[in-house]
Design a protein around this ligand. Sequence first.
Ligand code: 3ON
Ligand code: FE
Length: 493
Amino acid sequence: QNLKTQESSITEKSYTRSDWQEGYQSLNQEFDYWIDDIEGQIPPELQGTLFRNGPGLLDINGQRIHHPFDGDGMISRITFTNGRAHFRNRFVHTEGYLAEKEAGKILYRGVFGTQKPGGWLANIFDFKIKNIANTNVIYWGGKLLALWEAAEPHHLNPYTLETLGREYFNGVLSTGEAFSAHPRLDPSCDQDGGAPCLVNFSIKPGLSTTITIFELNPAGEIVRKHAHSVPGFCFIHDFVITPNYCIFFQNPVIFNPIPLALGIRAAGECIKFQPNQPTRIIVIPRTTKKEQSEVKILETQSGFVFHHVNAFELGDEVLIDSICYESLPEVEPESDFRKVDFEAQSPGKLWRFCLNLKDGTVQQKLIESRCCEFPSINPANVGRPYQYLYIGATHGETGNAPLQALLKIDLESGERQLWSAAPRGFMSEPIFVPRPGSDKEDDGWVLALVYDAAHHRSDVVILDASDFHKSPIARLHLKHHVPYGLHGNFTSE
Ligand code: 3ON
Ligand code: FE
């Protein structure tokens, strides 16, 4: 049986395109209910809330958007309490969401190719940005924040998910100022005497790029903010931290703004990958002390990175684990994302980069060649040496395909464990939740939403993080699907 499944994954697909496409239908309804259709049992020790964000609308009143990354942010909230679970979802009431709902048509251009109907004439010289708040959601400093990397966060009520307004952190952020969707939580910040701290960044693109670092205390106040200018255009989606550094990968891309200005292409379609240019690794010290704050730029071979897993310091070296693509999957104006040829796209693979900060050299080695994306680790190990990671992966060992499985990697022993939802299940970002009171790194649960095409609904799957080969501890069947999402976080508060 096992051999047969392995063989068939090589010769035939583990999914059908039509199954996969169904997970990209808009979810127009907002729900609020106790989940009562459950296989297995929710561990009573699992207490807290999983918040997820992602595009909830793939069309505006029937007018299709061009790419899921342009879809309006919808928050899902799964609260675990005494062995029960409650589901709620709600759209972020951004200015653009409300205006388009009212108008019943597309009013804004999107970064990833959505255009206002009417051709280039309807889009020429329109640089207005729609803050769609769709990429991540985090609870920090008593506030639930919906994040989108090109503008300010939206502040939500963590219980009702009602939108309360845009968040400026007591005026430290200015109108329209970006706050990325990939904050990192330092569990023990040296500069704050060991208190936890949220570190985030923003990118202000141009001929040279301004990277701003923000550090927030547990009360949610920005206690450090410093800006750095680096040469060239940057498309930087994620970063990593260590106790002393923030590290960015400046992917080799160029930006041609002319088709954007002329209304022919969206901003993201004007970015071109440069396969013959190196990737630059930008290392910015977290300290605000002048004499130690020199920015270092190292070079390595070409490639494109959206997401990093983690980083840590070892003497003069910094190790960084990242998901790398051979090139940037370019978005084309005439294409339909539902018809994407998976096999023609380069798969994301996991690499370890070793930076020597003394001599500026970079070594890299492949950790995992199976296509994977959306990593998660134990939050206690952020910025520190670690052993385990959990990541969405393809069912098959080779090639590119939708994520259908979860892979656990033991970085020390090299052991892999795969749990697959194929053929009709499609995976989203896993989130590791530590078991309360345990300090064993993989003692806890991995939570993920799985789209089940057989029932056109999504399941919340709870895996035992210490053993992916066991069948799931519980599978919670929602009453509906949740469109494939982006990122989320768990809070035990
Ligand atoms: O870089 C410049 C500055 C900037 C902030 C120019 C710019 C216009 C490109 C820009 C804006 C960037 C934005 C708005 C990026 C948004 C990204 C987004 C919503 C999602 C990215 C997701 C990445 C991945 C790898 C998703 C993978 C998904 C799967 C494997 C799905 O199933
Ligand atoms: Fe991301």
